[in-house]
Write a protein that binds this ligand. Structure first.
Ligand code: ADP
Ligand code: MG
Length: 245
Protein backbone atom coordinates (compact mmCIF):
# COMPACT_ATOMS: atom_id res chain seq x y z
CA UNK A 1 0.00 0.00 0.00
CA UNK A 2 1.25 3.45 -0.81
CA UNK A 3 2.33 5.45 2.19
CA UNK A 4 -0.10 8.05 3.42
CA UNK A 5 1.61 11.42 3.81
CA UNK A 6 -1.29 13.56 4.95
CA UNK A 7 -4.76 12.99 6.30
CA UNK A 8 -7.13 15.78 7.24
CA UNK A 9 -10.17 14.87 9.30
CA UNK A 10 -13.11 17.10 10.11
CA UNK A 11 -10.99 20.24 9.99
CA UNK A 12 -12.85 23.40 10.99
CA UNK A 13 -11.25 26.78 11.18
CA UNK A 14 -12.53 30.13 12.37
CA UNK A 15 -11.36 33.70 12.02
CA UNK A 16 -12.78 35.04 15.26
CA UNK A 17 -16.41 33.90 15.35
CA UNK A 18 -16.63 33.45 11.61
CA UNK A 19 -16.10 29.97 10.25
CA UNK A 20 -13.83 29.95 7.20
CA UNK A 21 -13.27 26.18 6.74
CA UNK A 22 -16.10 23.70 7.22
CA UNK A 23 -15.48 20.01 7.89
CA UNK A 24 -12.55 19.50 5.51
CA UNK A 25 -11.66 15.84 4.89
CA UNK A 26 -9.08 14.46 2.46
CA UNK A 27 -5.89 12.48 2.32
CA UNK A 28 -2.76 12.46 0.25
CA UNK A 29 -0.58 9.47 -0.60
CA UNK A 30 3.14 9.59 -1.29
CA UNK A 31 3.83 10.93 -4.77
CA UNK A 32 0.32 12.27 -5.30
CA UNK A 33 -0.41 15.75 -6.59
CA UNK A 34 -3.59 17.44 -5.46
CA UNK A 35 -4.63 20.80 -6.82
CA UNK A 36 -6.87 23.01 -4.78
CA UNK A 37 -9.18 25.01 -7.00
CA UNK A 38 -12.00 27.38 -6.28
CA UNK A 39 -13.07 30.99 -6.54
CA UNK A 40 -11.23 33.75 -4.80
CA UNK A 41 -12.08 33.79 -1.10
CA UNK A 42 -13.09 30.11 -1.01
CA UNK A 43 -10.44 29.29 1.60
CA UNK A 44 -7.61 27.80 -0.47
CA UNK A 45 -4.85 29.86 1.12
CA UNK A 46 -6.31 29.40 4.58
CA UNK A 47 -6.36 25.62 4.13
CA UNK A 48 -2.81 25.44 2.80
CA UNK A 49 -1.54 27.73 5.57
CA UNK A 50 -3.29 25.59 8.17
CA UNK A 51 -1.48 22.53 6.81
CA UNK A 52 1.82 24.24 7.53
CA UNK A 53 0.89 25.49 10.99
CA UNK A 54 0.74 29.13 9.89
CA UNK A 55 -2.91 29.26 10.95
CA UNK A 56 -4.34 27.57 14.04
CA UNK A 57 -7.42 25.37 13.69
CA UNK A 58 -10.14 24.87 16.23
CA UNK A 59 -11.59 21.45 15.49
CA UNK A 60 -10.48 18.33 13.68
CA UNK A 61 -7.20 16.51 13.17
CA UNK A 62 -4.29 16.51 10.79
CA UNK A 63 -2.09 13.42 10.46
CA UNK A 64 1.36 13.61 8.90
CA UNK A 65 2.90 10.29 7.87
CA UNK A 66 0.36 8.47 10.01
CA UNK A 67 1.01 10.45 13.16
CA UNK A 68 -1.53 12.86 14.55
CA UNK A 69 -0.11 16.36 14.71
CA UNK A 70 -0.03 17.93 18.12
CA UNK A 71 -0.59 21.51 16.95
CA UNK A 72 1.91 23.26 19.23
CA UNK A 73 4.36 25.84 17.89
CA UNK A 74 7.25 23.53 18.70
CA UNK A 75 5.76 20.61 16.81
CA UNK A 76 4.98 22.79 13.79
CA UNK A 77 8.51 24.15 13.78
CA UNK A 78 9.76 20.57 13.50
CA UNK A 79 7.20 19.65 10.85
CA UNK A 80 8.04 22.66 8.70
CA UNK A 81 11.36 20.97 7.99
CA UNK A 82 9.37 18.29 6.19
CA UNK A 83 6.58 20.41 4.76
CA UNK A 84 7.97 22.98 2.33
CA UNK A 85 5.91 25.93 1.22
CA UNK A 86 6.22 28.52 -1.52
CA UNK A 87 3.89 31.53 -1.61
CA UNK A 88 2.82 34.07 -4.16
CA UNK A 89 5.10 36.75 -2.72
CA UNK A 90 8.79 36.04 -2.95
CA UNK A 91 9.86 35.67 0.62
CA UNK A 92 13.60 35.50 0.14
CA UNK A 93 15.78 37.28 2.69
CA UNK A 94 16.85 40.49 0.89
CA UNK A 95 20.12 40.87 2.77
CA UNK A 96 21.42 37.38 1.92
CA UNK A 97 22.80 36.10 -1.37
CA UNK A 98 20.88 33.44 -3.27
CA UNK A 99 23.23 30.76 -1.97
CA UNK A 100 22.97 31.94 1.65
CA UNK A 101 19.19 32.05 1.37
CA UNK A 102 19.30 28.39 0.42
CA UNK A 103 21.90 27.34 3.00
CA UNK A 104 20.36 29.10 5.98
CA UNK A 105 17.73 26.62 7.16
CA UNK A 106 19.52 23.36 6.30
CA UNK A 107 22.63 24.50 8.22
CA UNK A 108 21.02 26.46 11.09
CA UNK A 109 17.82 24.48 11.65
CA UNK A 110 18.86 21.01 10.52
CA UNK A 111 22.50 21.39 11.55
CA UNK A 112 23.76 19.87 8.34
CA UNK A 113 27.30 20.25 7.10
CA UNK A 114 27.68 23.49 5.17
CA UNK A 115 29.91 22.04 2.44
CA UNK A 116 27.49 19.18 1.80
CA UNK A 117 24.49 21.47 1.64
CA UNK A 118 26.38 23.87 -0.60
CA UNK A 119 27.18 21.12 -3.07
CA UNK A 120 23.56 20.10 -3.13
CA UNK A 121 22.37 23.71 -3.41
CA UNK A 122 24.58 24.25 -6.45
CA UNK A 123 23.13 21.11 -8.08
CA UNK A 124 19.61 22.37 -7.40
CA UNK A 125 20.48 25.81 -8.76
CA UNK A 126 21.89 24.20 -11.86
CA UNK A 127 18.69 22.27 -12.27
CA UNK A 128 16.66 25.50 -12.35
CA UNK A 129 19.28 27.17 -14.60
CA UNK A 130 20.36 29.66 -11.97
CA UNK A 131 23.79 28.39 -10.92
CA UNK A 132 25.29 31.61 -12.27
CA UNK A 133 23.19 33.63 -9.80
CA UNK A 134 24.44 31.92 -6.62
CA UNK A 135 26.15 35.08 -5.40
CA UNK A 136 23.48 37.54 -6.52
CA UNK A 137 21.09 39.24 -4.13
CA UNK A 138 17.32 38.80 -4.52
CA UNK A 139 16.87 42.42 -5.71
CA UNK A 140 19.05 41.61 -8.72
CA UNK A 141 16.70 38.84 -9.88
CA UNK A 142 13.48 38.82 -11.86
CA UNK A 143 10.26 37.63 -10.23
CA UNK A 144 10.48 34.32 -12.06
CA UNK A 145 14.05 33.79 -10.93
CA UNK A 146 13.09 34.60 -7.33
CA UNK A 147 10.32 32.02 -7.39
CA UNK A 148 12.69 29.38 -8.78
CA UNK A 149 15.08 30.19 -5.92
CA UNK A 150 12.23 30.02 -3.40
CA UNK A 151 11.44 26.52 -4.69
CA UNK A 152 15.10 25.47 -4.47
CA UNK A 153 15.30 26.86 -0.95
CA UNK A 154 12.33 24.73 0.11
CA UNK A 155 13.76 21.64 -1.63
CA UNK A 156 17.11 22.00 0.14
CA UNK A 157 15.33 20.92 3.35
CA UNK A 158 14.45 17.55 1.75
CA UNK A 159 10.73 18.00 2.35
CA UNK A 160 8.31 15.09 2.23
CA UNK A 161 5.49 17.37 1.09
CA UNK A 162 5.48 20.63 -0.88
CA UNK A 163 2.73 23.24 -0.71
CA UNK A 164 2.45 25.84 -3.48
CA UNK A 165 0.08 28.79 -3.14
CA UNK A 166 -0.34 30.67 -6.43
CA UNK A 167 3.39 30.83 -6.98
CA UNK A 168 3.00 32.29 -10.47
CA UNK A 169 0.23 34.79 -9.70
CA UNK A 170 2.56 37.82 -9.41
CA UNK A 171 4.74 36.94 -12.38
CA UNK A 172 4.88 38.47 -15.82
CA UNK A 173 3.39 36.00 -18.32
CA UNK A 174 6.75 35.13 -19.87
CA UNK A 175 8.09 34.07 -16.46
CA UNK A 176 5.23 31.73 -15.62
CA UNK A 177 6.18 28.80 -17.77
CA UNK A 178 9.70 28.33 -16.35
CA UNK A 179 8.33 28.11 -12.82
CA UNK A 180 5.54 25.70 -13.75
CA UNK A 181 8.02 23.48 -15.62
CA UNK A 182 10.06 23.08 -12.45
CA UNK A 183 7.01 22.04 -10.47
CA UNK A 184 5.98 19.61 -13.20
CA UNK A 185 9.44 18.09 -13.20
CA UNK A 186 9.29 17.70 -9.43
CA UNK A 187 6.27 15.52 -9.96
CA UNK A 188 7.44 13.61 -13.04
CA UNK A 189 11.04 13.03 -12.05
CA UNK A 190 11.08 13.17 -8.26
CA UNK A 191 7.53 11.98 -7.56
CA UNK A 192 7.23 14.77 -5.01
CA UNK A 193 4.01 14.80 -3.01
CA UNK A 194 2.39 18.19 -3.54
CA UNK A 195 -0.65 20.36 -2.90
CA UNK A 196 -0.92 23.12 -5.45
CA UNK A 197 -3.16 26.17 -5.56
CA UNK A 198 -3.07 27.68 -9.04
CA UNK A 199 -5.04 29.75 -11.50
CA UNK A 200 -3.25 28.10 -14.41
CA UNK A 201 -5.88 25.63 -15.54
CA UNK A 202 -3.83 23.99 -18.30
CA UNK A 203 -1.09 23.34 -15.81
CA UNK A 204 -3.55 22.02 -13.21
CA UNK A 205 -5.06 19.69 -15.81
CA UNK A 206 -1.60 18.34 -16.66
CA UNK A 207 -0.37 17.80 -13.14
CA UNK A 208 -3.35 17.00 -10.91
CA UNK A 209 -3.94 13.44 -9.82
CA UNK A 210 -6.94 14.79 -7.95
CA UNK A 211 -8.73 18.09 -7.70
CA UNK A 212 -10.33 19.43 -4.55
CA UNK A 213 -12.84 22.08 -5.52
CA UNK A 214 -13.59 24.53 -2.72
CA UNK A 215 -16.33 27.04 -2.33
CA UNK A 216 -17.21 29.01 0.80
CA UNK A 217 -14.76 26.97 2.85
CA UNK A 218 -16.25 23.60 1.89
CA UNK A 219 -14.96 20.87 -0.41
CA UNK A 220 -17.70 20.79 -3.02
CA UNK A 221 -16.14 17.97 -4.94
CA UNK A 222 -13.09 15.74 -4.95
CA UNK A 223 -12.50 14.32 -8.40
CA UNK A 224 -9.65 12.61 -10.30
CA UNK A 225 -7.78 15.28 -12.25
CA UNK A 226 -8.60 14.19 -15.77
CA UNK A 227 -12.25 13.70 -14.95
CA UNK A 228 -12.55 17.07 -13.22
CA UNK A 229 -11.45 18.98 -16.28
CA UNK A 230 -13.61 16.96 -18.67
CA UNK A 231 -16.68 16.24 -16.56
CA UNK A 232 -16.80 18.01 -13.22
CA UNK A 233 -19.41 16.53 -10.88
CA UNK A 234 -20.99 19.79 -9.79
CA UNK A 235 -22.57 22.57 -11.81
CA UNK A 236 -20.63 25.03 -9.68
CA UNK A 237 -17.28 23.54 -10.73
CA UNK A 238 -18.36 23.50 -14.38
CA UNK A 239 -19.24 27.17 -14.11
CA UNK A 240 -15.90 27.90 -12.43
CA UNK A 241 -13.99 26.12 -15.22
CA UNK A 242 -15.80 27.99 -17.96
CA UNK A 243 -15.10 31.30 -16.18
CA UNK A 244 -11.38 30.44 -16.23
CA UNK A 245 -11.19 29.91 -19.99
P1 ADP B 1 -8.54 32.04 -1.23
O1 ADP B 1 -7.10 31.73 -1.02
O2 ADP B 1 -9.32 30.87 -1.74
O3 ADP B 1 -8.75 33.24 -2.08
P2 ADP B 1 -8.51 32.76 1.57
O4 ADP B 1 -8.17 31.54 2.33
O5 ADP B 1 -7.46 33.76 1.37
O6 ADP B 1 -9.20 32.35 0.18
O7 ADP B 1 -9.73 33.49 2.30
C1 ADP B 1 -10.90 32.82 2.67
C2 ADP B 1 -11.79 33.79 3.39
O8 ADP B 1 -11.23 34.15 4.64
C3 ADP B 1 -12.02 35.10 2.66
O9 ADP B 1 -13.33 35.51 2.88
C4 ADP B 1 -11.04 36.04 3.32
O10 ADP B 1 -11.48 37.38 3.23
C5 ADP B 1 -11.02 35.55 4.75
N1 ADP B 1 -9.74 35.76 5.44
C6 ADP B 1 -8.52 35.40 4.97
N2 ADP B 1 -7.54 35.68 5.86
C7 ADP B 1 -8.18 36.22 6.94
C8 ADP B 1 -7.76 36.73 8.21
N3 ADP B 1 -6.46 36.69 8.56
N4 ADP B 1 -8.70 37.22 9.04
C9 ADP B 1 -10.00 37.23 8.70
N5 ADP B 1 -10.48 36.77 7.52
C10 ADP B 1 -9.59 36.27 6.65
MG1 MG C 1 -5.39 32.56 -1.85
Amino acid sequence: MTEEILKVEHLNKFYGDWQVLHDINFDLKKGEVVTLLGPSGSGKSTLIRTLNGLEPFRKGSIYFKGKKIDPTPKEWQKLRQEIGMVFQSYDLFPNLTVLDNILLAPTKVQGRNRADVKKEAMELLDRVDLADQANSYPRQLSGGQKQRIAIVRALAMHPELMLFDEVTASLDPEMVRGVLEIIKELSDRDHMTMIIVTHEMNFAAQIADRVLFLENGRILEETPGKQFFEHPQTARAAEFLSSME
